[in-house]
Ligand binder design. Structure first.
Ligand SMILES: [Zn+2]
Ligand SMILES: [Zn+2]
Length: 328
């Protein structure tokens, strides 16, 4: 197999050839057709996430074809097209797993963090955490659904039901999917980008946002909820200031710079700040069925696998509209 490997935080990924893995009990062997590049991969490579299982193959937006089944797998057959997301394994016995909150499992395994991921042409994955890909998406188009889409969908659910005005801070891969789902479900989207990022603002308006502007300006209406995808803690008080009483600010990223101190009165009025962590199998099944019905269209930029470092650099520099996808 071919893979791009992170050996140490802060270093570029290195290309390696290795023997193909074989699927253990409960696992499937997958021939990878495409893997999306997520901001979390950037946090991993930059050393902003604790205790990665180095050396590690990053990548948790995998789309491919089942090639071989480990013992006991009856969920798939060879030839099935599947996606593999960030949540790759859970313990099944902790209080969180037992209460339906497997996204908060005490002993989780995350794809591309503790479990070798999709910056490769082959991988093995727990069959219970692989999901059929529905709809007419190409493999590359489907890849961003596996994290940007899933985390975006869970973030949107955490905003509550009674929302008409939804703010989205940071208009990248997750936001471009959430904006389409939100438009399908009803709320109007107010998109906030880095000050002066006219390209991203135009992108948001093209996807049906009611308004797009700089993140340091106030929206034209009071927001019922806001999702922050940009890893910028200063956006939390900014979003709170734009929020109505009882509204919620959802932080959708795994890493964020420190949140600056802010006066209690912008939280007063039963406003809520919360994070969204990982996903459950139910999120994956619901969203992957919903996406082709919206239909969610993904905007992608394709890179060959061996140019993974270039794709990460482009994401770091903010030079992508939509999502980078690696093709082996
Ligand atoms: Zn658990
Ligand atoms: Zn991700």
């Amino acid at each position: 197999m071919k893979a791009m490997v992170l050996n140490a935080a802060g270093e570029p990924l290195r290309f390696e050839e290795r023997p193909d893995p074989s699927p253990g009990p409960g696992q499937v062997l997958i021939r990878i057709a495409a893997c999306g590049v997520c901001r979390t991969d950037l946090h991993l490579v930059d050393g902003e996430l604790p205790d990665p299982a180095l050396p590690i193959v990053p990548g948790h937006e995998i789309v491919g074809t089942v090639d071989a089944l480990g013992a006991g797998v009856d969920r798939f057959r060879p030839g099935d097209r599947v996606g593999v997301p960030w949540l790759g394994h859970v313990c099944g016995t902790c209080r969180f797993c037992l209460s339906g909150a497997e996204n908060l499992c005490d002993e989780p395994g995350f794809t591309g963090y503790q479990i070798d991921g999709g910056y490769a042409d082959v991988t093995v994955a727990d069959a219970n955490y692989c999901f059929p890909i529905h709809g007419d998406y190409t493999d590359a188009e489907a890849a961003p659904l596996l994290c940007a889409g899933l985390i975006g969908y869970r973030s949107l659910r955490m905003c509550g039901d009674d929302i008409e005005a939804l703010g989205i801070y940071g208009f990248g891969a997750a936001a471009h999917i959430v904006a389409q789902v939100a438009r399908h479900q009803g709320p109007k989207v107010y998109a906030f980008t880095r000050p002066g990022d006219e390209l991203a603002q135009k992108f948001a308006l093209d996807l049906g946002a009611a308004w797009a502007g700089d993140s340091d300006t106030a929206p034209p209406v009071e927001l019922d909820a806001a999702i922050i995808f940009a890893p910028v803690g200063a956006l939390v008080p900014a979003a709170l200031r734009a929020l109505r009483k009882g509204g919620v600010v959802v932080c959708g990223g795994i890493h964020m710079s420190d949140i600056p101190r802010f006066p209690y009165d912008i939280l007063w009025g039963e406003r809520v700040v919360r994070s969204v962590a990982n996903l459950t199998r139910q999120d994956a099944e619901e969203f992957l069925e919903l996406a082709p019905k919206v239909p969610v269209r993904t905007s992608i930029e394709v890179f060959p696998l061996q140019q993974a470092n270039d794709a990460l650099d482009a994401l770091r520099a903010g030079n992508l509209t939509g999502a980078a996808v690696l093709i082996p």
